[in-house]
Write a protein that binds this ligand. Structure first.
Ligand code: GLN
Length: 502
């Protein structure tokens, strides 16, 4: 990690270093582009050709959506590695932003080839940008600076500000004017973010400018050469695959690729945990903590698999079965996608206050309890939709109030689980693998996103009340089981009651 270079007196941005403003707006625009496009993605794929869509069924659309959203998070792992070892976070964010903007512009061109190329570029770009921009945030502060956590909270607001505005603009343009204009607007947002990032670069000083020093200049050159070889090899292989599919020489479908991607994700996850437990050398204390990490990984994966259906099943439900009118005027169905961020911005201070108050009395819930709470709430969000889904089955359009309530419950779940997730993982991780644990968190989000897309694959083949009911039941039961295990998990980590604080 580069040495923090900020003067401790820099309070230029809401009492925080000026550089935070640059990173805030970079991530705001990146999320604007991500969520703006994502709001349209499945709707575009499943819209009939006559409506300018791709005419896929929900099974295929859901599978591609799942693969895309999971890969976006998965690529944070190699993206982090490239920044740490080869180019530094600062350049990684810049290149990432350029890739992302190019990806959206590619999708603004109406053809299947530019659609897939766009998704690919966004996956690579987000892998380079998202994790690394968060790392630079931490580097703005000296190790003693107590403002760091608050800095991350402000940064999280930037994420949600972008995510809030995105569906309103890109969703509107995409659904009401043309899909491709919506994708283009996402690209314009990311381009603005890149310009802002370059102009604000000076405020970041030397944070994230250089990669971690290699053992020797020769070792660095060798590493760079082998990374270049791998990159070129992979690009050539992928280009050959794409060309083979495009020309029909290779009889492979997008659905098969999505399935292979899922299998790969499963193998990576199993391989990682097998390595973790089998590699040995852990003290009994560390081993116990690894079990807790394993449990939290499963809980986190389940949580995101339900939560991230915002862009998949819930998006389809909004589009097909909800009466999208408020105060007498109609609005685009993608606008529901803004509710999560809106609620988050409104409720985050309330939650912070509640946890802090409970903490002063020693009554704030332990981290596993907060994870359990997250699961129950995200499940409840689906449980309340079972009734409306039944009415929708008979052809009725249900009140917008239902999805609004779902997103409120989902946001409460997110506020319970998400902020403690990474800190729980990192405090439980044995020091030797501390760096890897950031990867575990992203992996759980990645697998969660994959599943969230795959669930949408059943949208047309399963009765909607059953689909929503199954999702709700799984999440709620998993949450209740986790609640039951809270005391045991506390013992495993040897924390006294009420233990493991966030
Ligand atoms: N909405 C947040 C973001 O986009 C968290 C979502 C996630 O990490 N899965 O960063």
């Amino acid at each position: 990690m580069a040495t923090p270079n900020q003067t401790p007196l820099d309070h230029a941005f809401f009492g925080h270093p000026r550089g935070l403003s640059t990173l805030f707006f970079t991530e705001m625009w990146e999320r604007f582009s991500y969520y703006g496009m994502r709001a349209l993605l499945l709707l575009y794929m499943t819209a009939p050709l006559s409506a300018g869509g791709l005419g896929f069924d929900a099974a295929q659309g859901g599978a591609i959506y799942g693969l895309y959203t999971s890969m976006v998070y998965m690529m944070a792992l190699p993206g982090g590695w490239v920044a740490d070892r080869l180019i530094g976070q600062r350049r990684a964010v810049l290149y990432g932003g350029i890739f992302i903007a190019s990806g959206h512009f590619s999708m603004a061109i109406p053809s299947l080839a530019t659609f897939y190329l766009g998704l690919f570029l966004i996956v690579i770009g987000t892998g380079l940008l998202k994790g690394n921009v968060s790392v630079i945030v931490g580097q703005l502060y000296t190790p003693e600076d107590t403002r760091r956590d608050a800095g991350y909270s402000i940064f999280y607001m930037g994420i949600n500000l972008g995510a809030f505005i995105a569906p309103l603009i890109c969703g509107y343009l995409g659904q009401e004017v043309s899909w491709h204009l919506g994708f283009g607007a996402a690209g314009v947002g990311m381009a603005l973010g890149v310009v802002q990032y370059v102009l604000g670069g000076a405020s970041l000083g030397t944070a994230g400018l250089e990669p971690a020093p290699a053992a020797s200049p020769a070792a660095f050159t060798a590493l760079k050469a082998s990374a270049t070889r791998w990159t070129v090899g992979l690009v050539v292989a992928l280009a050959a695959l794409a060309a083979g599919m495009y020309t029909g020489v290779l009889p492979i479908t997008a659905l098969q690729i999505a399935n292979a991607g899922g299998l790969l994700l499963l193998l990576i996850t199993l391989g990682f945990f097998a390595w973790l437990f089998v590699s040995g050398g852990w003290t009994p204390e560390e081993k116990k903590r690894l079990y807790v990490i394993g449990v939290l990984f499963v809980a986190s994966t389940l949580f995101w698999s339900v939560f991230e259906q915002a862009g998949s099943t819930l998006n389809l439900f909004a589009d097909r079965s909800t009466d999208n009118r408020a105060f007498g005027s109609a609005f685009p169905s993608t606008w529901y996608q803004s509710l999560n961020s809106l609620f988050l911005i409104a409720l985050a201070p309330v939650f912070a206050w509640v946890w802090a108050r409970l903490a002063t009395k020693g009554q704030d819930p332990s981290r596993p309890a907060k994870f359990a709470m997250g699961l129950v709430f995200v499940g409840l969000g689906f449980a309340i939709l079972v009734g409306p889904a039944r009415s929708a089955e008979s052809g009725a359009l249900v009140s917008p109030m239902w999805l609004t309530l779902t997103y409120l419950l989902h946001t409460i779940g997110e506020l319970a689980l998400s902020p403690v997730g990474l800190s729980a993982m990192s405090t439980l991780a044995p020091a030797r693998i501390a760096g890897l644990i950031m990867g575990v968190w992203f992996l759980s989000i990645s697998v969660g996103n994959f599943l969230g897309g795959r669930i949408a694959s059943f949208y047309e083949s399963m009765a909607l009340p059953s689909l929503f009911g199954v999702v709700a039941t799984f999440a709620i039961i998993a949450g209740l089981i986790l609640f039951a295990f809270v005391p045991a998990m506390r013992r495993l980590t040897d924390e006294p009651t009420p233990a493991v604080r966030s």
